[in-house]
Design a binder for this molecule. Sequence first.
Ligand code: ACO
Length: 445
Amino acid sequence: MGVFLALLPLLPMPTTATLKLPAKELSLPVIVGSEGEQAVDISKLRADSGFITYDDGFGNTGSCQSDITFIDGDVGILRYRGYPIEQLAEHSNFVETAYLVINGELPNTTARRRFGDLLRDHAPVHADMEHLFQGFPMGSHPMAILSALLNSLGCYYPHLATNNPSEDLANFEEASAIAISKVRTIAAMSYRKSHGLPYIYPKSTLPYCENFLHMMFSRPGEDYTPTPEVVAALNLFLLLHADHEQNCSTSTVRMVASSGANMFASTAAGVCALWGPLHGGANMAVLGMLESIHAEGDDGTKFVEAAKSGKGGHRLMGFGHRVYKNYDPRAKIIKASFDKALASLGIKDDPLLNIARRLEDAALKDEYFLARKLYPNVDFYSGLIMRALGIPQNMFTVMFAIGRMPGWIAHWREVAANPKNKIYRPRQIYVGKTKRDYLAIEKRA
Ligand code: ACO
């Protein structure tokens, strides 16, 4: 059965594509994005032909139109709302970038102050929420706690979680400030809980990142005061994670939002999707990999060979990306900022960092990695930065979640505010048993 897809006219900007099916030829509209990306619109394909498309893992499927983030993975470009990530990394900070990602424009002085005030006002959690932490057993993974407690925000703020998108959108400013501010407080409390430490409450005088570090590392009666370099490294880490278009967790947020679910429920689902080692969990996995290479006395050579053979499920964690077929621009920025942060922390010769550098050098010269266009992604170095800041390994993915919250919120809003929103509901190719009759238990093999 032959299926043939051709773009007509060929160049420069086709407006239709022709799909030749066995019994039918279809003219399909072509959509062109603001950066020239082209897509064949198949939204009427099934109705017009009975066919669906098959795209395992959605690698070729545009699931929405979005004006939040642009990525060109072939050349390594990442822009939030049009602004290159390199410029934001140099001139902005996490809170300002969060505002940009959520609202579409950089804030003026008044808007910036108002946003900061809202974040400050919403930093503490409801006193009853502390009881929820007590219900988790010691050693609970902070990602599980984070997802559960984010979802529970809908119980504490029912007027912001009505599951009626227009009502929830009417209170968007408050809900988004609560989500951005409290994700950090909940994260710090989950760390304190898992280590059996008393909670440290937020201070209204401290900016976002300083306040987070205070809630993590201060002791009763003894404040933790980070160096400016440490604050800058944390700001940079969070800013670089603020959005990344239709990745696994963001697509999850959009999928949940498409049913009309509120922002807290949708972002809590994003946390769950982020947890896996192929996504946000990779930063933990990178550290685990570096530690085991170090413990085995390997200089990385054996591990690279194992990753190439794929034996034992080995992969070079922190390498490869579904979209980037070039150096991940975020990895470049993090790597370049390393030395300053490490020097300020008095870290001179980190054996894990040395292994990471050797692994990178080896992989970037190796035909296996070159042929598959596998380059370091943001997670390759971000775990090392987190470790240098004193963040424990099981909190790395939580840190990613704090950073990604603005993106999830912006995507939730895009779905909720879309008057043409359709519930996300992919189709499948069924490959199971065809119809058969029920068999009584005594007749079963
Ligand atoms: N180490 C060794 N080989 C790899 C790696 C790796 N890290 N990544 C991909 N490959 C190989 C695959 O085995 C495959 O080889 P083959 O063609 O011989 O079968 C080829 O490269 C293509 O790999 P896919 O898994 O098909 O690529 P996909 O786009 O589906 O996966 C992913 C991307 C999941 C990121 C993958 O590269 C990976 O597992 N990397 C390690 C985990 C990681 O770092 N994840 C973080 C992603 S970034 C983020 O979430 C912020």
